[in-house]
Design a binder for this molecule. Sequence first.
Ligand code: ADP
Ligand code: NA
Length: 336
Amino acid sequence: PSDATIFSLIQPTGKFHLGNYLGATRIWKQISQSKQPTQTAIFGVADLHAITVPKPDPMEFLQCRREALASILSLGIDPQNAIMMYQSEVPQHTQLHWVLSTFTSMGVLNRMTQWKAKAKSNHMSVKLGLFSYPVLQAADILLYKATHVPVGDDQCQPLELCRSIAQQFNQFYGDENFFPIPRTILAPTKKILSLGDPLKKMSKSDPNKDSNIYVNDAADVIVKKIRKAVTDSVTGPITFDPVNRPGVSNLLNMVSGITQREMSAVEQEVSHLSHLGEFKNYVAEIVVEELRGPRERYEQLMNEPEYLKQVGDQGAERARAIAEVNMRQVYRMMGF
Ligand code: ADP
Ligand code: NA
């Protein structure tokens, strides 16, 4: 058996953006390359989670799911080094979700910030699936007895819930070691913000496409979007000041995240740039260069549907093999 299992999913609710990349998926590639042979890495497409938002059109959804898998692969992850799968192709996710839902109190779910944000606007029509979304997340992770979960910092609260559910299950059935208590692996990059409104995070569900830098945007599109990014009219040196200069600081964060350098070093580097236009060109160049490889691989992958399908099929098979064993153990412990 594996001495560590690294697990993470991403929703196919739209195209992947720079926030997903710097906050989560870039680390996936690093992990899959540097892990020991005895460690397991599982990365996938959270397609069951994606139907809790206004239901996608089936044809578009199918395409989005495929694009999501291609986007993960385009990061350069070798399918031999990591299991890559669609959540919906492993039926045990929903089986464990049900079991874990009987360990989760409504009160705790009610306090989840993402739920509160989404339910507030739409209280009467909001769906049960959205409410139990974090329980499905817990099931995703615990199904593989994952030990490490690389995600952005907006996922800290759901992971805290997952740990609490795991502890309750372990305690109830008297096996402290049954579900490992999963640890969060946070990317070093802070939250990436919207280009159009640097008070909001960059998000797949943002209808304003100019607010997001997509991993697969063409170079000229990226340049144009960054040039249009909302900043400020402060003159003088470019300074990192998230409170007073959120737009400028967001662009600095991108540079610091991509180049993996301290903010002070980045500030030093841009200190000679005399105005924001120059600074934006500098940022655009770095972003374009970073995303060049993934974009080229993505285009290639989208032209190889048989290969994509084969990766998904093999990943699902390997994931099911683990999930079946663990789910059977869960049921047996419970007396089923
Ligand atoms: P989105 O909110 O864009 O739909 P997901 O909810 O599918 O993205 O999140 C996928 C991963 O990307 C998660 O690990 C999440 O923490 C991370 N992430 C999402 N948005 C950002 C952002 N703006 N900055 C940094 N990380 C992010
Ligand atoms: Na999200």
